[in-house]
Design a protein around this ligand. Structure first.
Ligand code: ZN
Length: 496
């Protein structure tokens, strides 16, 4: 046997061994007595979390010393901790806070990778669902897919109970238009193609459609009409179409917010196609959040019931000063090659601007951080005006934002920008559920709702960083050990 043949044979044997292993009861097929996976901490049918502080997700003040009773995956009662309910497994919540699981509206199942210098998008069907759940995100909308069958498989495994992760609302592949140069997206040809594409994916379980930068007016109109006829939603990161125009066409959610993705205020904007990124950045950074163009936009979006999905972490990763190092736990999730790639891109992003750019855009170094500050002010004003603000980390970009850790960072950036912790948590829970049309079953701690809950040490209603001190995440009443879930994917992001 040659060495190559030996290796091939051993691979065949390994495959056979794996197949053999997976018909054994431990693998879950027909198992009734298999031990729970190591990351499952609680799966008693009736659980009482006693003496716990409750943040219910509505924005109301926290309630002290409550007992929350869960039975068979549903919240049965929330009462002052006077007596422990009989027949319940009791978890002592003293010193801890219970919140609804987060409902993320911009939570992709892919990340940016750079094999041999070529930036591409790679699905993370194994690590990202675990990271989301570990952080407390119990429901996600994928808001654009780069590998739709991988996303579908991840959802199927979670739904079947064979893999841990959040409840997933699947979004379509990216639908864009002429001028797109991303090989992993689909450029719709015309309105007919748009309708057929919506129907194709709707028939396969997709519940929302992601429309992207170069989509044409006619194609967007067709996507919206067809999706709405089937009771489905349309989410846009646009460029060729402005926010007012998209709202008038009936779009359901605008992703990232106007400072980052609305081109309509850029002087000399062409009638079709996109404008230069830096042109847009410098133009939008100069608009004060109290400017009538912004307040008028808020009124229009609120009147037309268009949601805005905040994704501050991905912009922080590109625009924030270099002193904002990537935190060690985030780096620890990455495979070595991914870590090298992310750190190299970061270094190049925060190096000096080329003289030609500085000549054309002399204030660019100050404009980028200002975009984040202005956008956060817009988001707060939009929320206060009655707008449906939702959020997610957007773990795309060059890979610096990772699922789970990015969800926490989004909440912390909202609070840094002026939101109260209770407002930020409300955005990340109840508002996300409303945007997904699931507010009757998830998004708040209320009797009759699903027991999708986060138990953290400390009090996030006063100290938002306490959201990082996760003890247990409950999904459908099953308690997952957050630290074990995080540990189960260490060093895998970028690969799996
Ligand atoms: Zn995105």
């Amino acid at each position: 046997m040659t060495g190559a043949t030996e290796r091939a044979t051993s691979r065949v044997l390994m495959a056979l061994a794996a197949a053999w292993l997976c018909i054994r009861p431990e693998c879950g097929l027909g198992a009734t007595t298999a031990p729970p996976p190591p990351y499952v901490e609680y799966r008693q049918p009736v659980i009482a979390i006693a003496h716990v502080r409750v943040i219910d997700g509505t924005g109301a003040p926290a309630l002290a010393d409550q007992t929350v009773l869960i039975s068979n995956g549903t919240i049965r009662s929330i009462e002052k901790s006077d007596a422990t309910p009989p027949n319940a497994f009791v978890i002592d919540g003293t010193g801890k806070t219970l919140m609804p699981g987060y409902v993320g509206t911009h939570n992709h199942l892919f990340t940016g990778v750079g094999p041999r210098g070529h930036h591409r998008w790679r699905a993370m069907p194994f690590s990202f669902p675990r990271l989301y759940l570990a952080a407390g995100t119990t429901t996600i909308r994928t808001t654009g897919s780069m590998d739709i069958y991988s996303d579908m498989s991840a959802k199927a495994a979670i739904d079947a109970g064979t893999s841990p992760g959040p409840d997933i609302d699947l979004t379509s592949p990216y639908l864009t238009g002429p001028g797109n140069d991303d090989p992993q997206m689909y450029a719709l040809r015309d309105a007919k193609d748009a309708r057929e594409t919506v129907d194709f994916w709707a028939d396969r379980g997709i519940t929302s459609f992601k429309v992207y930068t170069y989509i044409s007016h006619d194609a967007l109109q067709a996507v919206v009409t067809e999706a709405h006829a089937r009771g489905l939603k349309v989410l846009g990161h646009l460029c060729s179409i402005g926010y007012h125009e998209a709202a008038a066409l009936g779009i359901d959610s605008l992703e990232h917010g106007p400072y980052f993705t609305d081109t309509e205020f850029v002087p000399g904007r062409p009638a079709t196609g996109c404008v230069d990124d830096l042109e847009q950045e410098t133009s939008n950074a100069a608009i004060d959040p109290r400017d009538p163009r912004i307040t008028g936009l808020i009124s229009d979006l609120v009147a037309r019931h268009v949601a805005v999905s905040s994704t501050l972490p991905v912009f922080e990763s590109a625009y924030a000063p270099p002193s904002d190092a990537i935190e060690a736990p985030t780096l620890a999730t990455m495979a070595p090659e991914q870590r090298d790639y992310v750190l190299a891109i970061r270094k190049s992003l925060f190096g000096p601007w080329p003289p030609a750019v500085l000549k054309k855009y002399p204030h660019i170094a100050a404009d980028e951080p200002r975009l984040i500050a202005n956008e956060t002010q817009f988001e707060l004003a939009f929320l206060h005006a009655g707008g449906l603000l939702t959020c997610g980390p957007d773990p795309s970009g060059y890979g610096a934002v990772v699922a789970g850790y990015g969800d926490w960072r989004e909440l912390e950036l909202l609070v840094a920008g002026g939101f109260t912790p209770l407002e930020a948590i409300h955005v990340a829970t109840q508002n996300g559920a409303i945007s997904l049309g699931r507010e009757a079953t998830i998004g708040t701690i209320a009797v009759g709702k699903k027991a999708d809950l986060i138990l953290v040490d400390g009090d996030p209603s006063t100290t938002i960083s306490d959201i990082e001190r996760v003890d247990t995440v409950f999904r459908d009443g099953i308690g997952y050990d957050s630290k074990k879930l995080f540990a189960s994917v260490a060093g895998l992001v970028g690969e799996l």
